[in-house]
Design a protein around this ligand. Structure first.
Ligand SMILES: [Zn+2]
Length: 247
């Protein structure tokens, strides 16, 4: 419940800060970070990755999401980037996202080839293979930031609430059950018809994944404690394209 209150306050503040309804067009445009033309054919290098901090990467992701919302994405030169990235990769972050077709990480953060490790699975759940992938991304490949990104109206979360039992989906939904337990004190209708409840479970599902990363990966936990990486949660709002970071 505490998270829902924080989330509600934060999303309210975001809505207020993103509402430019009464501002002239020129002011609206100046508030949005410009697409960086220098990035269009650039691929991150080992030296550039080494110079990054988790905080700097997080700021860049927030700015990329602002460009996405404003429809001012960088016009990447993919053939150039393909050639330049062929000999190695030095991504700045790893994202664990739901597989929902409406939540494409590279677009959402205005990133391109070589920038991100993307792990996608229904309900952004954790298992050993996903933890191994994250450990590879951070410990072996130098990524500075782990983002666990859920989204509003997640079908996998809805299915877990509805206790769907079907084939291998049953086992996957079991991994979302801890988020339901974490939402057990919710005051109100605990069904998928209640958006407030659904939001709370989606949020708690992100928090469960973050806690599991820290509890089940001593490597990532130690890197986070040393400040070598940052692990943050996020929720993607389907109706606006806004990513709300849960820091
Ligand atoms: Zn989903």
């Amino acid at each position: 419940m505490k998270h829902l209150i924080l989330f509600t306050l934060f999303s309210g503040a975001l809505l207020l800060s993103s509402c430019n309804c009464n501002k002239p067009e020129t002011q609206q445009r100046s508030a949005t970070p410009e697409p960086d033309s220098a990035l269009a054919a650039h691929v991150i290098t080992a030296a550039e990755q080494a110079a990054l901090t988790p905080g700097k990467v997080l700021i860049a992701f927030k700015e990329g999401n602002k460009r996405f919302i404003a429809n001012r994405l960088t016009h990447y030169n993919f053939p150039d980037q393909v050639r330049k990235s062929a000999d190695g990769q030095y991504p700045e972050a790893v994202i664990l996202s739901c597989m929902d077709s409406r939540v494409p990480p590279e677009y959402i953060f205005d990133k391109s080839i070589g920038d991100l490790f993307v792990i996608r699975v229904a309900g952004n759940i954790i298992d050993k293979d996903i933890l191994g992938s994250m450990e590879y991304a951070c410990k072996e490949s130098g990524a500075k930031l782990i983002i666990v990104m859920g989204h509003h109206h997640c079908g996998a979360v809805k299915a877990a609430i509805n206790n769907v039992k079907l084939g291998n989906i049953t086992g996957l939904l079991q991994k979302i059950k801890p988020a339901l337990d974490r939402s057990s004190n919710f005051d109100g209708d605990k069904s998928v018809k209640n958006d407030r409840y659904l939001d709370e479970v989606c949020l708690n599902n992100v928090m469960v994944s973050i806690n599991q990363i820290k509890a089940q990966s001593p490597i990532l936990k130690e890197m986070a404690l040393k400040g070598e990486i940052k692990i943050v949660g996020a929720l993607y709002e389907l109706k606006t394209g806004v990513v709300m970071f849960l820091e």
